[in-house]
Design a protein around this ligand. Sequence first.
Ligand code: PRX
Length: 626
Amino acid sequence: MEGEVFYPSQDAIANSYVRDWEALAESARKNLQGFWAERASELFWFKKWDKVLDDSNKPFYRWFDGGKVNIAYNCVDVHLQTFRKNKLALIWEAEDGKSERTFSYYALNREVCRMANIIKAMGIEKGDRVTIYMGRIPEIVFAMLACAKIGAIHSVIFGGFSVDALHERISDSESKLIITCDGSMQNGKLVELKRIVDESLRHCPTVENVIVVKRTGHEIPMEGGRDHWFHDLCALPIANGKCSTEVMDAEDPLFILYTSGSTGKPKAILHTHGGYMVGTYATLKYVFDVNDEDRFWCTADPGWITGHSYLVYGPFLNGATVFMFEGGPSYPYPNRWWQLIERFGITIFYTAPTAIRALMRFGEAWPNKHDLSSLRLLGSVGEPINPEAWKWFHHVIGKDRCPIMDTWWQTETGAFMITPTPVVPLKPGSGTRPFFGQEAEIVDEEGNPVPDGQEGFLLLKNPWPSMMRTIYKDPDRYIETYWKKYPGKYMTGDSARRDKDGYYWIIGRVDDVIKVSGHRLGTAEVESALITHPAVAESAAIGLPHEVKGQAIYCIVQLKPGFAPGEDLGEELRQHVAHHLGPIARPEEVSFIDKLPKTRSGKIMRRVLKARAQGLPEGDLSTLEE
Ligand code: PRX
């Protein structure tokens, strides 16, 4: 094999579900539907499907059609019939370390039923949308599973988003109910989640009720008739007792999750009960090799797809013990995560390159203070991992023993698409090869495959169970965005190259999506936040390379007449974006320009701005307006 290769240990191979990668890949290649039907059979169905894959109305693929199922039942109820009833399902620790909560599968069921009873009592029925906006506390997990149990569609919004982002997503989903908490803790500071909800609800007529979980205990306004403390609701008789599970069609919606695209509004990606369940279950099982002895920690927030698929659904489907931490990697000290790994005996640790890079900077002494010998597998997701960070993670954290699963996937794919398994030889920075049943292709603008070693657009060739089904309320945009340019193939929006060994190397987004610390943001969203400031005539947001964050947001602003550029105004505009869109979107820098470069048809030439900012050649300027 070419380049630097890390081969799996005999131990990793002996313990793995899939010892012979080639054989399983070959069988899935020959019989895609058979492969997925077998995986689906490992889960519980109220009624088996009639057809594994219905592709008669492409690209609106249907999986396990005719099947009756509920993902929450598979996450919780099925385990109550087994020894797992008393097994730990969830271990949670507060950011300040002062509180620890644990839930067996038995207790998880009680919590989910209670939350589900309360949601139902709020008048929520199958198919209704519920917005969840919380910090990383156990109740966010209960809320998601409770919605799934009763057939409501959850829309989780990351707690790092703010007023406008929240407002837009609540309005678009027409949610009747919001589940939130009074506040959350971030690096020792209070984030006023409930107040942000209040502000964003000023013009959201669909919302009837707000359930508020008490987390921080600080004073917040409660609106009579609309806002209810969760603990008060729990004390009511309606909260008690079992809650029956809604029997869902396999293709019934499970959740929508807003994600940023090339243009305009964020898209509500829709996933379903059956296919998403089979996809997250099987990928987690084979890639992270989860078994009953494991303690699995995915550091992602439930507000992103990684949290949905691999903090909540995938692990519980596999009956795993999940560890969830409220805080971030370096508060109060840069050993916080390593301390937790030691204290809770974490065996599988799945995180993002940005966190690894940030922690690397503090040096080896911090992790070396801790016994990390419980670890057996590591994982990375969200953006390309640079080989230097990969090697540090492998050597300093994994002690050269733990393979790193560099998983490439997207909100849209629901589950891993290009990923190793523990038996696959690894190359730092490559996600290796497509998962069983998937094939990828790298093509040029016209759709012709490019030779190995050359960069091109990454496409996926085969349908898969956990694929998005549509963009909620906008099926045309679904076709347009993903299926139109290269008919019959899924367009990922990423560029990549393949090496001689068939390994894929992701380069990055080819559209106007920026990955800031692994968080997916759209330039359009940042620009629409800026335009609401009275001084801004027009603006362009671009992503530039950043040592720790991967990419950072830079904004170039054209001011209205009467406003003068200056440091103070720049700072004000950064704050403005943070307040409206969210602190995660706060631009690194705002600079000013007399006139933004545009094409003759009026489109801002971000490519030119990007090149200028990096001191690179500006390329073809023939379309630039006079
Ligand atoms: O550019 C790719 C990058 O993240 C994008 C998807 O973002 P999102 O929908 O937020 O999902 C992130 C978590 C699955 C992709 O188009 N990306 C994700 N994982 C990797 C990656 N880039 C390189 N390597 C990865 N492992």
